[in-house]
Ligand binder design. Sequence first.
Ligand SMILES: Cc1cc2nc3c(=O)[nH]c(=O)nc-3n(C[C@H](O)[C@H](O)[C@H](O)COP(=O)(O)OP(=O)(O)OC[C@H]3O[C@@H](n4cnc5c(N)ncnc54)[C@H](O)[C@@H]3O)c2cc1C
Length: 802
Amino acid sequence: MSKQVYKRYLRLVTQWPKDQHKNPSRDLAVYLGKQVEAAFAKDAPTLNASLCEKKLNSLEQILSNKWADAYPHNYKSGSFGLTLEQVEQLTSDTSRKQLGLAPKKGILKSLFSFLPISSNRSYSTVSSHSLLSSRMGAVVAVLRGCSTKEGEGEDKRLPDPGGGRTSSMYRASAMEERGANGKEAFKKATEAKVAVVFTGQKTEALPGKPKTDAWYALYRAHNARKAAICYLEENEEEKKRITSILHEAGVTEMEEILVKESALPEIEKYTGLKGMPIVFIKGCPVGDESAVRSVVEGGRLSEWVKDHEYDLIVIGGGSGGLAAAKEAASLGWKVACLDFVKPSPLGTSWGLGGTCVNVGCIPKKLMHQSALLGHSINDARSFGWKLPPKAEIVHDWKILKQNVQDHIGSLNWGYRVALREKTVNYVNGYGVFTGTHEISATDKKGKVTKLTADRFLLATGLRPRYPEIPGAKEYCVTSDDLFSLPYSPGKTLCVGASYVSLECAGFLKGMGYDVSVMVRSILLRGFDQDIAERIRKQMADDGIKFVSSVPTRVEELEPRTKESAGRLKVYFNLKKEDGTEEETSEEFNTVLIAIGRDAVTADLGLNLPGVRMDKNGKIVGRRTEQSFTCPYVYAVGDVLSGCPELTPVAIHAGRALMRRLKGKMELTDYDAIPTTVFTPLEYGCCGLSEEAAIARFGKEDVIVYHNVFLPLEYTVPDRKEKEHCYLKLVCRASDHDRILGFHILCPSAGEVTQGFGIALKLNAKKEDFDTLIGIHPTVAENFTTLTLVKKEGDEELKATGC
Ligand SMILES: Cc1cc2nc3c(=O)[nH]c(=O)nc-3n(C[C@H](O)[C@H](O)[C@H](O)COP(=O)(O)OP(=O)(O)OC[C@H]3O[C@@H](n4cnc5c(N)ncnc54)[C@H](O)[C@@H]3O)c2cc1C
């Protein structure tokens, strides 16, 4: 059986057209190929023969159908569909005449006479709303605006062009059925070889240009082969002008989509473009006539509409880039993903996966865990464990580093495999634009590969910034180097008030190192400053020294080797009591620079496609991740201006963007994103800080409920941190105490914050927290019992146990 299926598959592979645009079956082929090849691979699960059979059948149908390349299709259901225009075109009298068929009698009758079906048909009525809500990517054939009247009479019994059974083909009776919901319709449609899903709306019959809803307009516009125009009113002059610009650039076809006025707000929301008309080129919203003209500049439009090797090139294989590349490939695009790590000034480099996996979240959290375990070992004695004397319990940096790096290595490998499985072409080269649609990728041997694509996604992330002082790049490390240091870091100075600086200082102290933090002014700019100050106090209580200064130079006293950190002398100015400054110095083994991170865009050649950047080098784009100045360039993750620099944000944005470019109404919500700083006492927050809330709504309108609390697990071992656990809810008084932000400083704050994050999404109010029953005894339950209102000049709060 398997062999038979495989043979049929191979035969079909040789049949499908090479030109991807004329090839509606490419993604079906890829899917099938994977199924079949998996069955032949060692250890593969047994082939789902009937599934493959079903898909082969539909593939054969598609290939044997002369209209096939006009059909949108859905490989998962093994079926294909028609847009309204295509139905009109197929069922026009001219088409029928050409094929020697009698003049049009009814839309469905005509439609079925063109489809190579022989049996097993089903169809269903469904409202456009439920189509959407069921996330039905598999609209097999959407016939909108069919009048019920037309279905009665001669069309009541549908013909069977294949000459097979005609039973159960009563359209009229289907019309009488209560409209199936999306799920039912989807089920029926996927079970059938060919299904017709249509809205049972009683509108006037075709032809005539029906006005479309937002979802349908966006679906069609994003999936138009070359160009589409969405418009509100017939404006022949305007259309003519736009058509002629497109013509000059070589666009010969443009889908026209007349939209309902009520569709405007949603179209604006999902394209980021105001007003009508909106021209789409290769699925990317461009804008009105003047926007189209601006793409003509520098020959960008004529180059854009040519055929390119890839549908999408992603530059940057980190959190955002990988997620987007895989999603795009599974939606049927031909995708290349470039990733290349330029070594740090000290020569550190790493594998596929970007910052998070290699030099960010993952090693950082593992090292934080290592430090927490150190504290837990100490606690263990109070909980009854007999342990060797304290002096015998030592931390071994090399073991930790090796195990962390081994884990990272396995993740790097996993990402490569995932890209291959999704048929994304991974290019380990540094990508630079060398044309408006051309990327040159240079590998580590200097070999250059040129690639072209219809659209591009920039996900190049950030790299650590260095201060412009002597010795910084020569002798200091950054987070790019720390997690793979071959030697134990020894006495360490962390320079900077960023969360990276504080987190590293925290875990190094937890492992037993002598740690200082040098900061110019406040800690954790942008975070709630009340909490930032509490973090400083807790870390200082833990023995971390805070120095208010900035380094002026770093000298090497003893070079570092593979075995040891060496010795460095750091010079800095300290303020004396009389206000004057005095230069002083201190010796350290390791100096970690964590003063911020800069976008990796300077050498990308972004002037060629005309992509604008802000003063920090980040891509300036709409909330739809599309560059303001170049409509076929998108950006996600840290490199996008205004985007929170967090892994889950990059991943979500990458995936949602790809689905939207395929016509799905989906946006990333950049507000109320929960996050956590992994200092020794974790700080979790979501929404506005107290300062930001006051700045936005005014002091009078902001009410803060807060308290200190005592985690039960800190009581028995009498942990010092118990003095510092704190939480607050920032609320808007004039809006029934709606929660604007919440903040918590405690063990496992990350877990607590993730859970409560949904409350902000759902617009929770203080009373929702009050009516929520707590889980006892947890740290999170403290959110359910807050009654204390924060006042100016509050005295120190004291925690009590339950
Ligand atoms: C120490 C540290 C700790 C962090 N901890 C957390 C945390 O706990 N939680 C959290 O959510 N976030 C954390 N972050 C932030 C998180 O790592 C980033 O937000 C996330 O990695 C951003 O993903 P990205 O896809 O935008 O970019 P990146 O993951 O940085 O990926 C960009 C990739 O593009 C490559 N690249 C750049 N230019 C080119 C080019 N021209 N050609 C080819 N390849 C190129 C880069 O080498 C890199 O591999 C941390 C960051 C750091 C530094």
